[in-house]
Design a protein. Structure first.
Length: 409
């Protein structure tokens, strides 16, 4: 009896030690990955953009191929739709956006005077309601620091807008390279994946296929979800500010949408810029603008994020914030953008190999840190496993993550 109890304690401590060292290894792996990406970030830009295009188009390509369209033609049709959308956006959205950006950058230096006038208005309100002397003293003492902060933010944003304009050519070159890379990857994706899976050997093909499906599912879900949320936040911000009469609503909506690609950053950036821009109109507009931004932030955090992201990839808020802090500390903005997807992939790898080594399951559909993505139960979108199909069909469908038993919702 005593020996059995002692053996159980040893086994429990062994598992605790395994989990602890695995977590340490995961943190080191994520940090190393961020460090490697940070050192070659500029060279990887077209590859990252190509990866985004591949994840956006691979399901439409697979759907067309399943209806009898050749893969090359399916890729061409999807590219035709994508490029047509880009051209339409360039015709109807880009010209007014460029006009607003120019006006926005020219108007920002004058925010100093407007912020100062707004502060004087606040002081008059203090005098009108006869607040205690110590409140007025605190307000007076903080006046210079507040105005100085607003001025620094304004000038920094103005310089940033001009800098972005000077990098348009470089971005267009990277975008062209990304589209070319994505085309060839999409066209040959089944063959590429089949060849890569063959490197694992026939005995580990199913395990490698499952792991590849989990990793690509996490990345695809994160990219699709973040783009969808960023679009909703950007459009809602721009429309709301336009209704309130805030200047440069289109530019601020675009900035808020792009900033929202970094979790938790979009509402802060969008709210700050919107409040400064609303100061041109008056204090009441600033208040209503902040109310609108806070409402959007609450809608995003309580509804959009759980509803859209939980069906694809689950990252506990603690892990998200931790990964953002590590990424921002090591590599600044680039680290913040890449931290969450890298941490999500690291979590998938940790769960997979921990369950393999310990022969125990730590993931569940109702879990927190190790939540298992739910699989689609609709027969219309489910497919058989790769090995159950002929060789040529297996290669055609090998790029689908649901080949391991189901498609994520």
């Amino acid at each position: 009896m005593g020996e059995g109890h002692h053996a159980d304690r040893i086994e429990r401590w062994r598992r605790v030690a395994t989990v602890s060292w695995a977590l340490v290894g995961l943190v080191l792996l994520v940090s190393f990955a961020l460090w490697m990406l940070g050192t070659v970030a500029s060279a990887l830009t077209p590859f990252v953009l190509a990866l985004v295009v591949v994840f956006l188009l691979r399901r439409p390509v697979a759907a067309l191929q399943a209806r009898g369209v050749s893969r090359s033609l399916a890729v061409g049709l999807c590219y035709l739709v994508l490029l047509s959308s880009i051209v339409l956006a360039g015709v109807f959205i880009v010209p007014p956006l460029i006009t607003e950006v120019k006006s926005f950058s020219q108007a920002f230096p004058s925010y100093y005077d407007n912020a100062y006038r707004l502060w004087l208005q606040i002081e008059r309100e203090y005098i009108a309601i006869d607040l205690p002397a110590w409140v007025s003293d605190v307000a007076m003492a903080s006046r210079e620091s507040v105005v100085s902060w607003i001025t620094d933010v304004s000038r920094g944003l103005a310089r940033g807008v001009v800098a972005v304009g000077g990098q348009i050519v470089g971005f267009l070159v990277n975008a062209f390279l990304a589209l070319a890379l994505a085309f060839f990857v999409l066209r040959d994706l089944p063959t590429l994946k089949s060849e890569l899976l063959s490197l694992s050997g026939p005995g580990r093909r199913q395990e490698s296929l499952k792991l590849a499906g989990d990793v690509t599912g996490v990345l695809e879900g994160y990219i699709r979800g973040q783009l969808m949320i960023a679009t909703i936040v950007g459009v809602a911000t721009g429309v709301g500010l336009a209704i309130l009469g805030v200047p440069y609503a289109l530019v601020i909506g675009l900035i808020a949408g792009v900033a929202n690609l970094v979790p938790y950053l979009g509402p802060i950036v969008g709210g700050s810029i919107a409040a400064i821009s609303a100061a041109f109109i008056g204090w009441n507009t600033v208040v209503f603008t902040l109310i609108w931004i806070v409402a959007l932030q609450q809608l995003e955090s309580t509804f959009l994020q759980p509803k859209i992201m939980s069906h694809h990839v689950h990252m506990h808020p603690v892990l998200v914030i931790l990964s953002l802090l590590v990424g921002a500390t090591l590599f600044g903005l680039v680290g913040m953008i890449l931290a969450v997807p890298i941490a999500a992939v690291g979590k998938v790898l940790f769960v997979h190999y921990y369950e393999k080594w310990t022969q125990s399951s730590i993931s569940a559909e109702d879990g927190a840190l190790f939540r298992k993505p739910r699989l689609c139960t609709d027969p219309a979108v489910r497919h058989d496993t790769v090995d159950a199909k002929p060789a040529h069909d297996a290669e055609d469908d090998a790029d689908e993550p649901h080949a391991t038993g189901g498609e994520r919702e």
